[in-house]
Design a protein around this ligand. Sequence first.
Ligand code: OGA
Ligand code: MN
Length: 315
Amino acid sequence: MEIVPLGPGVAAELRGVTIHDVAASEAAYAAVRAAFEAHSVLVLRDQDVTDEAQLAFSRRFGPLEVTKVGAQGYGTNLVILKTLDDKGNVVLEDHRLALENKANQLWHTDSSFKRVPALASVLSSRIIPGWGGETEYVSTRLAFERLDPALQRRLENSFAWHEYAYSRGKIAPDLAGPAERAALPPQCWRLVWKNPINDRKALYMASHAYAIEGMERKAAHQLLAELIVAATTPGASYLHSWRKGDVVMWDNRATMHRGRPWPAREPRYMVRTTISATAVDGLEAMRAPTRHRRSPTSLPPRDPAWLISDPRGQR
Ligand code: OGA
Ligand code: MN
């Protein structure tokens, strides 16, 4: 297997290995896993992709997420991102499927709003538009390393709340419906995820993050916005231009990504599998200490009035 670096300190193409090799061979998995821990975004070109092959590849890395309510692929291990209706026609720009793609065009990390966040996502292209529709990635490890040490220490000991309905609300007020809101209550995670394999620390934030424990809401918003701007500074990203047969895998602990626009009348069809994080991926250290935590479900989901302002919360 050959590893060809692609971006500015993030992303690499793997040559001489296929998704089928990884599914079938422990040694191939170990090599790809090591590259994943090191490079955060992996690109495999010219793959013979089927749903089954993508699932078998993905299962190697850990337990697969079950697709959430309200998404195409609900109840299966596949997330279908496509802008085609049941009859195969491209949907209009204000259609829910088109709006959901718009929400994916905000910088984010997958599943930070879930009870179990995601270790990794695997995305394959099935129908690609004539231009645009790229996926762009930044390293939140490098973003963390660029911060001032005092801010680094503060963030390592801070916890942010993430909510799906919040990021969807940026696109359209009711894009997340009642069933999604009920199924996906806010979740609280440490703002820095330490990789237990190489000890590298990464900012853990996203379009879903809307509050920081112990911080006034406006100040928290501003800090989150500034961190996202700093992480995505020009020149920091790897832009993946999709070709048929591409499979891209990324580390949701150490990157943010966003989709890029494409001509609305052209179809785009992608399939994602998502791997849940487990203890070996450093998940336990991400949880807020329970003594400092109030249950967000006991209060209205979008009201951060319950934010903890106890100075003992300064950890
Ligand atoms: C995703 C995602 C962006 C894209 O699948 O998680 O954000 O370019 N996709 O489709
Ligand atoms: Mn995504």
